[in-house]
Design a protein around this ligand. Structure first.
Ligand code: FAD
Length: 547
């Protein structure tokens, strides 16, 4: 970029602030003005639940960069308390309302970047605006919840929505000493995860005293005679609490884009190309407001996460500065802490593959320790990995556990980005000392299992089809006392070689154990004796989660 361009940015948080700062690094001559209707720019939305929970005690810590810093360090003009109310594409100008004085001014642009984020969805039910019913999207929002908690010492809270933000809020309200009920419309918490993986999260919530109402939606809120809030649900439950937090998701903030006729994509986000340019070549859009391409399914999707928003801001800045840049799409890599559990996922879930009409996939489950079992403190990681059956390419992964979860998902996320296969995971060379990992890291184990399935050494049986074949349980009898599949025959692995005659030669044999490893050994043994054995992958631990 040579001559002095005037670049205006709407929204000064993840996408907008990244774009502004990057643009200055690429171009000293541009005039950059960033507008935000809120009182701050560049604040840490992701920290808000922890501010409510008093884990982050000082509100100032949420401010990553101030307007003064943008001015002094980058010569970027920041106007907070200024709402952009219209875009005149013909005149290349925006109308900006000063929220203090009410004055509206026209501002001309050479390039305009929209990063207005998303708005919290509020259920259309009676009482949603009552005092004590909150959403948490901004610092003032979370300050209001904090002040409410500090003043009223509430005993019970209802969180509406069991997704990432809802469960972060639930954790932080528990942290503030409240008993918490989560109401979730879907038939599971953490809707981006597959059902059986979400079961581990739901179990943890219940174990820690959080009441979970799934497959139910709120129908309304009302004040009780003693000033508390009664939440009613569509299934007729009445839950009395002192405060309600709404966390049922977000919708792209597209009002400006719609009003000026920019193209909106099929998912409801602003349509952009891979340089983050909208249908108007002078207008770029980034962050929660846009739709992006899912790198796994190729479908359009909305990914309201900070990482993609920042990277898109960087790409838009590059494009404005005339660089060859491209946003490659997003794969929804996300992590969340829930009462001591870490829940992380990347790429497509199984239900996303099904929704996208992709049938060429298989899945494996494993439950390895996060580090060598002989070193004290090893904790299980429950993992599911999806890959293409035809060539082993990794499509997605989900993992849940207390330690080492995000590291494994980050490795798989990078593998997906590089187009890697299950064979690459088998070959991955990862750091190991007993307190950190294992010589055969969970990543390698996932790769081994995938390779064994792909090569035909260990065909996989599906839990959904269980019962059609002969079921062999190779756990020890003591383990089976906790529960067995109906009709299953128990022959412990150590006795199997001597008892092959008890197995049918004319039927498939689905083999299971506790987590899948002994079943693998048994499958190899049986197949080498000419029997059609398959592994019920993930064993009893997966089956229990599926129920
Ligand atoms: P935003 O960061 O929402 O910024 C948009 C800004 O635009 C706002 O400040 C708004 O005031 C302003 N604006 C909108 N319209 C106008 C207008 N017309 N005029 C002027 N200004 C306007 N993501 C993660 O990856 N990890 C997490 O752990 C995580 N936790 C989260 C927790 C919470 C409670 C919330 C709310 C979000 C969380 N996110 C998390 C999501 C992440 O914060 C967003 O994906 C990211 O901030 C999106 O960036 P953005 O620039 O698109 O929009």
């Amino acid at each position: 970029m040579t001559s002095s361009k005037r670049v205006l940015i709407v929204g000064g948080v993840a996408g907008g602030a990244s774009c502004a700062a990057r643009l200055r690094r690429l171009c000293e001559t541009a005039e950059i003005v960033m507008f935000d209707r809120g009182p701050y720019v560049s604040f840490a939305n992701c920290g808000l639940p922890y501010y409510v929970g008093n884990v982050i005690r000082n509100e100032a810590k949420l401010l990553v960069a101030s307007a003064d810093l943008f001015k002094s360090r980058f010569d970027i003009d920041v106007r907070t308390g200024h709402e952009v109310v219209a875009i005149d594409r013909k005149a290349c100008a925006i109308a900006v309302r000063n929220l203090v004085t009410g004055e509206i001014r026209q501002e001309r642009y050479d390039a305009l970047v929209l990063s207005p984020g998303a708005r919290a969805i509020r259920p259309d039910v009676p009482g949603v605006d009552l005092f004590g019913v909150f959403s948490v999207r901004t610092i003032p929002d979370s300050r209001r919840v904090r002040e409410f908690i500090d003043e009223k010492s509430p005993k019970a809270a209802i969180v509406v929505g069991g997704g990432f933000i809802g469960l972060e809020m639930a954790e932080n309200l528990v942290q503030r000493g409240m008993s918490v009920t989560v109401v979730e419309k879907a038939d599971q918490v953490m809707p981006p995860l597959d059902f059986e993986m979400a079961a581990f999260v739901e179990r943890r919530l219940r174990e820690r005293g959080v009441a979970v109402r799934i497959s139910d939606a709120v129908a309304g809120f009302a004040h009780s005679a003693d000033g508390r809030i009664v939440t009613t649900t569509e299934k007729g439950a009445r839950i009395t609490g002192d405060l309600v937090v709404l966390a049922i998701g977000v919708r792209p903030e597209t009002s400006l884009a719609v009003a000026c006729g920019l193209e909106i994509g099929p998912t409801g986000g602003i349509a952009v190309d891979d340089c983050m340019r909208t249908s108007d070549l002078r207008i770029y859009a980034v962050g929660d407001a846009v739709e992006t391409t899912d790198v796994v399914t190729g479908k359009k999707q909305i990914v309201p996460l900070a990482g993609p928003a920042s990277r898109q801001g960087r790409v838009a800045a590059g494009a404005i500065a005339g660089r060859e840049v491209r946003f490659r799409g997003a794969q929804a890599t996300a992590v969340c802490g829930v009462l001591g559990l870490t829940v992380a996922a990347t790429g497509a879930s199984e239900k996303a593959l099904v929704r996208a009409g992709i049938a060429d996939y298989d899945r494996i489950y494993l439950h390895p320790g996060h580090h060598a079992g002989y070193y004290p403190g090893s904790k299980p990681i429950h993992m599911k990995v999806l890959y293409r059956r035809s060539d082993g390419r990794i499509l997605g992964a989900q993992a849940i556990g207390e330690e080492g979860v995000e590291r494994r998902i980050d490795v798989i996320s990078t593998a997906i980005q590089l187009g890697a296969t299950m064979h690459d995971l088998a070959e991955a060379e990862l750091c190991y000392a007993p307190q950190y990992g294992a010589a055969k890291d969970p990543i390698n184990l996932a790769g081994f299992i995938g390779e064994n399935a792909l090569s035909g050494d260990m065909p996989l049986a599906r839990w959904e089809d269980v019962g059609a074949a002969f079921v062999l349980d190779v756990r020890d009898p003591g383990e089976c006392a906790a529960g067995m599949l109906s009709g299953a025959v128990n022959i412990p692995l150590s006795e199997l070689r001597g008892r092959l005659g008890e197995l049918p030669k004319d039927r498939s044999i689905d083999v299971m154990c506790a987590a899948g490893q002994r079943a693998y050994y048994a499958v190899r043994l049986l197949r080498q004796h000419g029997l059609d054995a398959r592994n019920l992958c993930g064993g009893w631990r997966t089956y229990e989660a599926m129920r």
